[in-house]
Design a protein around this ligand. Structure first.
Ligand code: SF4
Length: 234
C-alpha cells in the first residue's frame, strides 16, 4: 500500500538554516522556494508602512534589549510605550477577571488608560446562535461574545488590544473582528494554569497519550459538520 504523503514544512525542520545560515536548507524549505521578488515585496511592507515599521522595530528592539529579563506583562507595557499607545483595551474572559483587574492596575500605574470588555458582554443566549441546550448545562446559558468585545474596544478607540484568556475559537473571532493591533497576554488552558505549552513539554511523559492516539478518538462525531469551513462564501 502506498504510504500517505506527508506535507513537510517548517514544522518539521531540525536545522533552521534560515536562522543560522551555517548549514543546508532542507528539501521542503519554504525559503528556497521564494523568489528574490517575493522576499523584496514583503520586506517593503515593513519599510513602506509607517505602522508596520514601528511595530516590527519596537518588537525587535524589545526582544533585543530585554531578552530573558522581562516578563510578558512588562514586554507588553514596553511595546505599548514604544508604539505610542495611550489607551489599552483588554478583551478578557470572565473567568480571568481577577487577572484582568491586576493587569489593569499595573497598566494604570504605568500611565495608560485602560478599557476592558468581558466575554459575556451583551448577555446573549448560546441557544440563540444555535448552540444545543445540552451544551449549556455545565458552562451556563450566556454565550461568549468576542465579536461584541472587538466592536466595543474599537468604539472606545483603544490603541492596542490585549487578549486575556479568551477560549479557543472565541479568540479566533476576536482576532477576526478586532480593529488595529492586538497582542495576547494569556492563552487560556483550563487544565494547565494557562500554560498550553505544558502539554507539549510533557508529551513524552504525562501527556504521552497525545503522541499515541488522535484526540477524542472515541467520540461520536456524526452530528458534526465534515470538512473545513472557515470562510463565509459571498
Ligand atoms: S525556513 Fe527552511 S530552514 Fe527555516 S525553519 Fe523553515 S524549513 Fe527550516
Amino acid at each position: 500500500m502506498e504510504k500517505e504523503k506527508i506535507l513537510r514544512s517548517c514544522a518539521d525542520c531540525g536545522v533552521m538554516n534560515c536562522l543560522n545560515r551555517n548549514s543546508k536548507y532542507p528539501e521542503f524549505c519554504p525559503t528556497t522556494e521564494l523568489t528574490e521578488e517575493e522576499i523584496e515585496q514583503v520586506v517593503n511592507l515593513y519599510i513602506n508602512s509607517r505602522i508596520n515599521k514601528k511595530v516590527a522595530v519596537a518588537a525587535a528592539e524589545i526582544e533585543g534589549e530585554f531578552y530573558g529579563k522581562y516578563t510578558r506583562v512588562e514586554e507588553i507595557i514596553e511595546f505599548a510605550r514604544r508604539i505610542g499607545a495611550k489607551k489599552i483595551g483588554i478583551a478578557t474572559c470572565v473567568g480571568l477577571m481577577e487577572e484582568s483587574r491586576i493587569f489593569a492596575r499595573i497598566l494604570r500605574l504605568n500611565g495608560f488608560e485602560v478599557y476592558g470588555i468581558g466575554c459575556k458582554v451583551g448577555s446573549c443566549n448560546k441557544t440563540d446562535i444555535g448552540v444545543r441546550e445540552e451544551y449549556t448545562c455545565i458552562t451556563g446559558k450566556v454565550m461568549c461574545n468576542p465579536i461584541m468585545q472587538a466592536k466595543l474596544l474599537a468604539k472606545a478607540k483603544v490603541d492596542l488590544n490585549v487578549v486575556v484568556g479568551l477560549c479557543v475559537g472565541h479568540d479566533s473571532l476576536f482576532y477576526k473582528y478586532a480593529k488595529g493591533l492586538t497582542t495576547t497576554l494569556i492563552t487560556k488552558d483550563r487544565m494547565l494554569a494557562h500554560n498550553p505549552a505544558g502539554a507539549l513539554y510533557q508529551a513524552r511523559a504525562y501527556y504521552k497519550k497525545l503522541l499515541h492516539a488522535p484526540v477524542g478518538a472515541d467520540l461520536d462525531r456524526s452530528k458534526l459538520s465534515p470538512g473545513a469551513d472557515t470562510e463565509d462564501k459571498e
